[in-house]
Design a protein around this ligand. Structure first.
Ligand SMILES: [Zn+2]
Ligand SMILES: [Zn+2]
Length: 267
């Protein structure tokens, strides 16, 4: 698995800004940057910014991608496809060979994954909102469906630079509200109850009424409790807020609107 960090300011246009602006972004900026990085994947799949859903799409073929993805832009034989309301993409078969997934983030974690047999590759965007809604648990379910239970031990995971526990401050009430109850369906138990996690295991007291949230530990616990061997999970351990933003791993809290890219593909 190759995970390229595109440490350039990528501020993907919002859907309401229209497809022309999006095409301009791709032709003027994105394709040039990928060229500079010598990334020549035939198909690049880009989930839209800021949806924070738990949706994960499985794209086995470019034909399927044409059905699922809107706004396909071809530049020099490279297809860039965007899709709204999705935060995770799994590639298999044809798209695994030809494609890559570009997540554009600033503070949220991206989990990239591939199985050792190279049958699946993909990534999910799991910021605090997606994590609270349990996109990570959803990912494991999808991977089990695709590969079967036994293969779980053969999947490796890599967590991108993100806002880490040294800096990721939240109001304690905000944290409890979103992690005690499921933000999608408030009548359902939230992440804490679902995985028997104590609040103090993932959120540390900061100043009065504030906590610092440990997204990495949360992701590790969720993956582990879903049957993943934590030895198969690595992290860049770079906090976007205090260290990364100076090196191009932008923080949207620190550098308003700046974002970087995480491109994942099979090698
Ligand atoms: Zn995000
Ligand atoms: Zn920090």
């Amino acid at each position: 698995m190759q995970v390229n960090h595109i440490r350039r300011n990528l501020n993907l246009p919002k859907p309401e800004e229209g497809t022309d602006i999006l095409k301009k972004f791709i032709s003027d900026k994105l394709s040039t940057i990928l060229l500079e990085h010598e990334i020549r994947r035939k198909e690049i799949y880009i989930p839209r910014l800021g949806d924070h859903t738990t949706n994960i799409v499985h794209i086995p073929s470019t034909q399927q991608a044409r059905n699922e993805f809107l706004h396909i832009t071809n530049i020099n034989g490279q297809n860039f496809s965007q899709r709204e309301k999705t935060d995770g993409v799994i590639l298999t078969n044809e798209t695994l060979i030809e494609g890559g997934i570009l997540q554009i983030v600033g503070d949220c974690a991206v989990i990239s994954f591939e199985d050792r047999g190279k049958e699946v590759v993909g990534s999910i965007h799991s910021g605090w909102k997606g994590t609270a809604k349990d996109i990570t648990g959803n990912l494991v379910e999808r991977l089990k469906d695709l590969l079967g239970n036994k293969s779980l031990k053969d999947i490796i995971f890599e967590v991108s630079p993100h806002a880490m526990s040294c800096c990721y401050e939240f109001g304690e009430q905000d944290f409890l509200q979103n992690f005690k109850k499921n933000p999608l369906e408030p009548e359902l138990p939230g992440l804490l109850e679902r995985y028997s996690i104590k609040p103090e295991e993932i959120a540390y007291k900061a100043s009065e009424g504030k906590v610092k949230l440990d997204i990495l530990k949360t992701l590790l616990l969720v993956l582990q409790k879903n049957g993943v061997d934590t030895r198969n999970i690595s992290s860049k351990n770079i906090c976007t807020i205090c260290r990364g933003h100076k090196k191009g791993y932008y923080s949207s809290r620190k550098d308003i609107n700046k974002r970087f890219g995480v491109l994942t593909y099979s090698t």
